[in-house]
Design a protein around this ligand. Structure first.
Ligand code: ADP
Length: 480
């Protein structure tokens, strides 16, 4: 891994503006999922270091929130520019520790940077309200203030964007942050911290702790100083963190699992639907929480759609994401591969047919697959597969497919392809999801509210709504 700027390879924790080893000198290897090679050894911190980071974030808070929004925005703008200027290095770090193809990693860097830019701009527009008084001598106002010290816990599948989507609004609003990245992808997080330091973000405002998930998580949840926890990850861990945050009544943003349906109606443009399915299913080897998990195709176009999809999937190049032309990289680890293989085996045992792929490959690689004749009794119907398998279910009418699409505890993203305008409205309103892609398989961007309902979580990230999660409303009642 040859970085243009070697300073971006940081292996210590970033606490109070200092790069520090773990108190007990404990370290953890970062493994390239494509090769199995250890690419770096990173400090592995615990409760004591976490407490110091919380203390630093608390000390840094008064001066940071006292800056004008414009002053904070200027520093964030500088951070955005440095992320953009170092996008090749950040992408290489991401591909090396997370496995996604380099082109996708570069796409993620600009997506990640866009949250910093957007929220720096939004910070200047955090308007309050003047409310007509309820009595002649009263003047009523609402002002918005930063929540305070925030904790963030992030996953490996978007090692940069899940961090900036939280740190961007938090810092722009005047909050300080203590962040724990995923064990698998600490290098991208530490490089972002290095760029924040270079941008002049003051010590203690943004702290990054690679280390023991449970020890760090417990310390963050138990601390009364931490007023908000923002988490992206699995639903069971989200529930646990919510329970742990109850004693200190923290505000919570939880972006949890999904089980996205992708519906192709008989009035859809089939070629466009195939394209949409390709991007929403096989991106990041199927490892995003908004990736299509279940495809429902109308009986009258099922065979044509399956054939066209299988032809496209056959063109995907599988391999080490650092190599040119690769579309599908490795899965994150052996456990992820086992889950995908078990979903495949279960579907085949219960009567599904492989229209393409599914051959086991060496290492953490899985050949992208298209499964036909899939039924609701199979694991792929209920569980999030998080891998490059497209299971195709057959349906006959609209009410039936809406019921099937909603038959899950999750409610993050859904997609459908249709051209009849009345149907488009009916289906969009009936899907119990936080986000719906209509005739598109790509929905994530910094200007739109990202988030789910039901077991997919609480709160929204991105858009003008995303910064509200980092603000408290204060009502002022003035007698004149
Ligand atoms: P995934 O399946 O994507 O790894 P997880 O929910 O296990 O999802 O992980 C997401 C993030 O949550 C990671 O940073 C992980 O280290 C962290 N995490 C996992 N378990 C806990 C826990 N008990 N307390 C705090 N953080 C945790």
């Amino acid at each position: 891994m040859q970085l243009q700027n070697p300073q971006l390879l940081q292996t210590n924790a970033y606490i109070d503006g200092q790069w520090v080893a773990a108190d007990k000198q404990e370290t953890h290897p970062v493994v390239n999922p494509a090769t199995g090679v250890v690419i770096a050894t990173v400090a592995y911190v615990g409760a004591a270091e976490t407490q110091r980071a919380i203390d630093a974030a608390e000390r840094a808070l008064p001066a940071w929130r006292a800056k004008t929004a414009k002053e904070r925005a200027q520093l964030l703008r500088r951070w955005f520019e440095l992320i953009t200027a170092n996008s090749d290095d950040l992408a290489l770090l991401m591909t090396s520790e997370g496995g996604k193809p380099l082109a996708e990693a570069k796409g993620e860097v600009s997506y990640a940077a866009s949250f910093i830019e957007w929220f720096a701009e939004e910070a200047k527009r955090l308007y309050g309200d003047v409310i007509p008084g309820h009595q002649a001598d009263k003047r009523l106002l609402v002002i918005k203030q930063s929540i305070g010290v925030c904790a963030a816990i992030t996953p490996w599948n978007f090692p940069a964007a899940m961090i900036t989507r939280k740190a961007g609004p938090a810092l722009a609003a005047g909050c300080t942050m203590v962040l724990k990245p995923a064990e698998q992808t600490p290098l991208t997080a530490l490089a972002l911290a290095k760029l924040a330091e270079m941008a002049g973000i003051p010590a203690g405002v943004f702290n990054v702790l690679p280390g023991h998930a449970v020890a760090i998580g417990n310390t963050l949840c138990d601390s009364p100083v931490v007023r908000k926890l923002t988490f992206t990850g699995s639903t069971p861990v989200g529930i646990k963190l919510m329970q742990q945050s109850a004693a200190t009544l923290k505000k919570l943003s939880l972006e949890l699992g999904g089980n996205a349906p992708f519906i192709v109606f008989d009035d859809a443009d089939i070629d466009a639907a195939v394209e949409g399915a390709m991007v929403s299913k096989y991106r990041n080897a199927g490892q995003t929480c908004v990736c299509t998990n279940r495809l429902y195709v109308h009986d009258s176009i099922y065979d044509e759609f399956a054939e066209k999809l299988a032809q496209k999937v056959a063109q995907l190049k599988v391999g080490n994401g650092a190599e040119p032309g690769v579309n599908v990289g490795p899965l994150i680890d052996a456990k992820a591969c086992e889950k995908v293989q078990s979903h495949l085996a279960d579907a085949l045992a219960k009567g599904a047919t492989l229209a393409y792929g599914g051959k086991p490959l060496a290492g953490n690689f899985i050949e992208p697959a298209v499964l036909t004749n899939v039924t609701s009794q199979m694991k792929v119907a209920k569980e999030e597969t998080f891998g490059p398998i497209a299971p195709l279910f057959r349906f006959n009418d609209e009410a039936e497919v809406i019921a099937m699409a909603n038959d899950t505890e999750f409610g993050l993203a859904a997609y459908f392809y249709a051209n009849n305008l009345s149907r488009v409205w009916r289906v969009a309103e009936a899907l119990e999801y936080g986000m719906v892609g209509i005739n598109t398989g790509l929905i994530s961007n910094e200007v739109a509210p990202f988030g789910g309902v039901k077991a997919s979580g609480l709160g929204r990230e991105g858009s003008k709504y995303g910064i509200e999660d980092y603000l408290e409303m204060k009502y002022l009642c003035m007698s004149v």
